[in-house]
Design a protein around this ligand. Sequence first.
Ligand code: ACO
Length: 384
Amino acid sequence: MSTTSSQSGAGTEVHKGLEGVVAAETSVGDVDGARCQLIYRGYNIDELVGRATYEEVSYLLLEGALPTRAQLNGWMKQLETCRALEPPTLSLLQALPRSAGSMAQLRTAMSCLGLDDSETTDESLDVIRRKAAQAVAVTPTIVAAIARLRSGASPVGPRTGASHAANFLAMLHGREPAPHQARAMDAYFVLLAEHGLNASTFTARTVTGTKSDYFSAITAAIGSLKGPLHGAAGRKAMEMLQEIGAPEHVETYVQKSLVDHKRFMGFGHRVYKGEDPRAKHLKRIAQALGQQANDLRWFTISEQLQAAVWKAKQLAINVDFYAASLLHYLGIPTELFTAMFACARMAGWSAHIIEQASDNRLIRPLANYVGPRGLRFVPLDQRQ
Ligand code: ACO
């Protein structure tokens, strides 16, 4: 059997994992790996976090500029009208097996929204924007309903007049959050709203590139985010903290993980050459939540682990590391962490889908074929 590396990509250098390949121009966001900065539509996230709400930031990402007071009121009204679950989605969630993970349930629910969509074949920009508002608004409602049904409780609907973040916490826990909890949730949503051409966003753009519909693109993005090397790392980070259990076990855990060549979840990044710029904000908020709850255990383990892994391997933390204790302090079940990520990223995915659809080009890379050639067909009965 002869093998050869020639094909239509013959002689071209292979960029495994598309590392270093520039596949699009975007004005949605910039992940500046060298300077460890994250920009949303021209604003460094350090400018936005704690000052702009998720409602303002989602508007910024989708429309390209921060809203005026009147525009923000209009956007919040639009979100409010889309926030409740329609009966078919609620029935679907009630019928899904409890044993299925929350990300699989969210993926199925999002696909169901597309099924229900009377404008599936209309992918004009106005229609995509309308679908984006629907998805941004309703995803936290779906996620809260999934969590409540999984624990045997009935879903709680949204209430008017509450923010996106406060509404989510109230729908999850069945009670109003304290103001500092709603602010923490809001900051989490802001910090995870957009992140350039990451795996799930690239997936969404690839689906949009075929002129498929908005909900197909979002459903595929959710499938991509589900993986432990991407969105599920936050959940794995929390499981790691729980496995460590106490600050005095950190050093032993690190040494054993090094011997076992085990990855530290919430550490390392493909693009950032130092610390993820979102991490310091998440760390500060997680610490404040821990102090308010009079329970700094998870924060302390995290801080010591951050120092120990840096000392042992010079590996910096990424977004998922302190997001884990932040979400835990907000009473969010670990199993739900990746779905929380999806709630936040709905704005970024949607902005990229709109950008891709506005100036579309089918996404179709090449591969270097390394299999055999020239084989002769052998009839079924003569094969050995
Ligand atoms: N723990 C231990 N070692 C690590 C880690 C880690 N978290 N991350 C990278 N390394 C090491 C690798 O072992 C490798 O070392 P080697 O060259 O000696 O084999 C080197 O650093 C390079 O690692 P790669 O996997 O090639 O780097 P890549 O750019 O593909 O990885 C990734 C980026 C996947 C995020 C990686 O750092 C990782 O697996 N991290 C843990 C999972 C995680 O936190 N994912 C969330 C990322 S952020 C997001 O998607 C929201």
